[in-house]
Write a protein that binds this ligand. Structure first.
Ligand code: SAM
Length: 133
């Protein structure tokens, strides 16, 4: 969720292609991988997630708007859309930034209130596992 030049997607799919327009950093394109295919959904992360079937995803990588309210919504929608045992992951966990630590605050609050375990948090990356519906 959140696509700029596609570095994260390329890392996940191991393919060296960059599906978004790097001259247009304002794009809100979203990427879903399934069966090795990459689908670009030109919607906000919330709109894209709402359109997906509940408990249908193996993982979500959250890297869109980093302000607290947006991350909170992305986490809650991701929880709904990921299968039990699936992963909710993302970037830019930590204090500060123009988003004033919004990712870290939302992630910590989410971990305290939802049935998830922290797989690891390293650098700015976080990986949580959904343990129950
Ligand atoms: C930090 S960049 C993500 C970089 C991405 N991981 C990559 O490798 O290309 C965040 C991107 O999310 C987009 N974005 C901002 N708000 C969004 C939202 N609500 N939904 C989806 N994307 C959003 C921004 O325009 C920006 O391109």
């Amino acid at each position: 969720m959140g696509l700029w030049v596609g570095f994260a997607t390329s890392s996940i799919t191991q393919e060296a292609h960059y599906p978004a327009d790097p001259t247009n950093p304002g794009t809100t394109s979203q990427v879903v991988t399934s069966n090795g295919q990459v689908e670009v959904i030109r919607k906000s992360s919330a709109e894209a997630l709402i359109g997906l079937e509940d408990a249908s995803l193996d993982f979500v990588y959250i890297d869109g708007n980093h302000l607290y309210d947006y991350v909170k919504q992305d986490l809650e929608l991701s929880f709904q859309k990921v299968k039990a045992g699936g992963l909710i992951t993302g970037d830019d966990y930590g204090p500060g930034g123009w988003w004033d630590g919004g990712v870290q605050i939302a992630v910590d609050e989410f971990c305290a209130n939802y049935p998830v375990t922290t797989v690891w948090i390293r650098g700015s990356q976080f990986i949580l596992r959904k343990t129950a519906e």
